[in-house]
Design a protein around this ligand. Structure first.
Ligand SMILES: Cc1cc2nc3c(=O)[nH]c(=O)nc-3n(C[C@H](O)[C@H](O)[C@H](O)COP(=O)(O)OP(=O)(O)OC[C@H]3O[C@@H](n4cnc5c(N)ncnc54)[C@H](O)[C@@H]3O)c2cc1C
Ligand SMILES: *[C@@H]1O[C@H](CO)[C@@H](O)[C@H](O)[C@H]1NC(C)=O
Ligand SMILES: *[C@@H]1O[C@H](CO)[C@@H](O)[C@H](O)[C@H]1NC(C)=O
Ligand SMILES: *[C@@H]1O[C@H](CO)[C@@H](O)[C@H](O)[C@H]1NC(C)=O
Ligand SMILES: CC(=O)N[C@H]1CO[C@H](CO)[C@@H](O)[C@@H]1O
Length: 493
């Protein structure tokens, strides 16, 4: 594009959404683009760390649905960041519902290893219940308030029918396993309990084909590659934005002034806000002057944002099978099918560890998953205490009192002041309209003021790929395109 006007654009946040927006604007010939980032690094919730020599992802690990429609997959492929298996046509064609299940190892709180065959009915029923939520797609009213209520009620009923010939202890154990699966689901959705997830909203998210893959050199490699393609002076680090003053119609100058924490004021024609929804929920009243319009604010409040953390644990030697990909822990007194516990027993919320593969490449490292308020509480504990709790947990479930983790590394997303949680989810009452409102630029339609003063990008503003890296990337491109086409149509007039 030959830029006839070269508007000043400020992007708040240097995560994948901010980087994608800047990248596209710069390529389109916009020369006055700046990214203001609160922290000392780029990448945001893409954050690669190390446990000893092993790569660990504190934020995003997987490309969800790695296939041609997924722009993150395409970029990673172009930059040569993927393993050959991820590039095979079979991998890319893998249907969401046909994905092979991970090979599980099961352990119970009485220190027994349970056979996968024995536990299979629980996994099957749980997956069937998740699939059955699709019957509520686009429904106005549902007999249950939430995904959690639906699963609890249906699991008990179906268990009574389907497993009536099993003995009581088997039936109870399978129900306890469903409680464990619910806790895993809390991680997928970054929520304290599935009771908070909307039964209709649950199906707004769209999956892409492809068997989820990781970036063997770390997800941050993708950030580094993209950053090399935008001029280095575009980003200013350690510069948190305090307030976006918009609608400055009187001055006759720039419509927006961005006020930074250090008092600096930056004039701009357009601002693209990419701060996480958790941050927005907490700081919207001071971040915008004038404040967000009421309907947009309600949507910010209605859409959910919760915590999912990882606790990486390294062992001297494996205590799981060589082919095991995922470890499930079942507490024997949870046949009520509930996913809520309390602070004191926060460790009970941990029901899953994934095995870092391929094992030839890693030493014996597991990734433990924990969601919700229990996860937020865990963040406040000293690392030593977390390590001791994990040690006790694993000793209890394996019945082996000698297993001792070498070291651990955990994420603390809730207490990250610039994120305030992990990612968004469709909370009860949240609808597609709320997602539309989230991405709507300011001033809203019909206003006489200068258009497109404040634009919104970031994971939580994608209408159906929210909570993912590809969703976030696409929103950055979307808002850059909005500006580019605005100036293109102006030119042709
Ligand atoms: C534990 C965890 C696991 C995940 N796993 C996956 C996965 O496997 N696959 C997947 O696709 N996705 C996953 N995600 C989600 C994915 O990481 C995010 O959707 C994506 O990275 C969000 O990008 P973003 O640009 O929208 O936001 P962010 O990356 O959060 O970027 C926002 C930036 O804004 C900055 N900022 C905030 N406030 C201010 C301010 N006032 N002034 C200036 N800067 C500010 C922040 O510091 C940050 O750098 C995971 C996330 C977490 C936390
Ligand atoms: C993981 O750590 C072990 C031990 O330090 C090392 O031998 C191995 O190469 C590492 N693997 C990766 C993928 O970094
Ligand atoms: C923006 O400014 C215009 C013109 O001064 C005014 O009519 C409008 O109410 C303002 N909008 C907001 C949200 O303050
Ligand atoms: C759990 O811990 C959090 C964080 O310390 C605290 O805010 C909350 O009140 C506690 N909840 C209970 C039930 O003790
Ligand atoms: C927001 C979010 O990640 N939602 C997920 C909740 O879990 C279901 C089922 O596993 C997924 O399809 C959603 O993507």
């Amino acid at each position: 594009m030959a830029v006839t006007a070269d508007p000043k654009t400020v992007i708040i946040g240097c995560g994948i959404a901010g980087i994608a927006a800047a990248h596209r604007l710069v390529n389109a010939g916009f020369s006055r683009v700046r990214i203001l980032e609160a922290t000392a690094r780029s990448g945001g919730r893409i954050k690669t760390d190390r446990l000893g020599n092993n790569i660990t992802e504190m934020g995003a690990s997987y490309i969800h649905g790695p296939s041609k429609e997924n722009p993150v997959f395409c970029l990673a492929q172009d930059y040569g960041l993927l393993d050959p298996e991820a590039l095979t046509p079979e991998n890319q064609a893998m249907d969401v519902d046909e994905r092979p299940h991970w090979v599980p190892n099961w352990f119970s709180s009485s220190g027994q290893k349970l056979s996968a065959e024995y536990m299979k009915p629980a996994l099957e029923m749980f997956n069937e219940l998740l699939d059955d939520t699709s019957q509520f797609e686009n429904q106005k009213e549902t007999p249950w308030a939430s995904v959690g209520h639906f699963i609890q009620s249906e699991a008990r009923q179906r268990a009574a029918e389907r497993w009536k010939d099993e003995d009581k202890s088997t039936r109870e154990l399978l129900l306890c396993a469903i409680s464990s699966m619910l806790k895993v689901e809390c991680c997928t959705n970054a929520t304290s309990t599935m009771d908070e997830i909307d039964l209709v909203g649950f199906n707004i998210y769209k999956g892409l084909p492809g068997l989820d893959c990781t970036l063997p050199g770390g997800f941050e490699e993708l950030i580094k590659k993209l950053m090399l393609e935008i001029p280095t002076d575009v980003v200013t680090y350690n510069l948190p934005v305090r307030c976006v003053h918009w609608n400055n119609t009187a001055s006759g100058g720039n419509a927006v002034t961005v006020e930074c924490d250090d008092g600096e004021r930056i004039a701009a024609d357009h601002v693209i806000v990419t701060v996480p929804l958790g941050y927005l929920k907490k700081h919207h009243s001071t971040l915008f002057c004038p404040p967000l319009p009421a309907h947009k604010l309600s949507s910010v409040q209605r859409q959910g944002f919760g915590t999912c953390n990882k606790i990486y644990v390294e062992f001297e030697s494996p205590w799981w099978d060589a082919d095991c990909q995922i470890i499930y822990l079942v507490w024997k007194d949870e046949e009520d099918v509930l996913d809520q516990v309390s602070n004191k027993s926060w460790i009970r919320k941990m029901s899953t560890f994934t095995v870092l593969k391929p094992s030839e490449r890693y030493s014996h490292v597991l990734c433990g998953w924990i969601a919700g308020r229990e996860s937020e509480y865990m963040e406040t504990l000293p690392e030593q205490e977390v390590r001791l709790s994990i040690t006790e947990l694993i000793r209890t479930f394996t019945g082996n009192p000698t297993i001792t983790p070498r070291r651990i590394l955990r994420s603390q997303w809730f207490h990250d002041p610039w994120t305030c949680g992990s990612y968004s989810h469709p909370a009860i009452g949240c609808s597609e309209q709320d997602l539309e409102n989230m991405m709507e630029p300011l001033p809203t339609k019909g206003s006489q003021s200068q258009p497109l003063q404040v634009l919104f990008a970031g994971e939580a503003t994608h209408p159906y790929y929210y909570s993912t890296v590809h969703g976030a990337l696409l929103t950055g491109w979307r808002e850059a395109d909005r500006l580019i086409s605005h100036y293109s149509s102006k030119k042709s007039m």
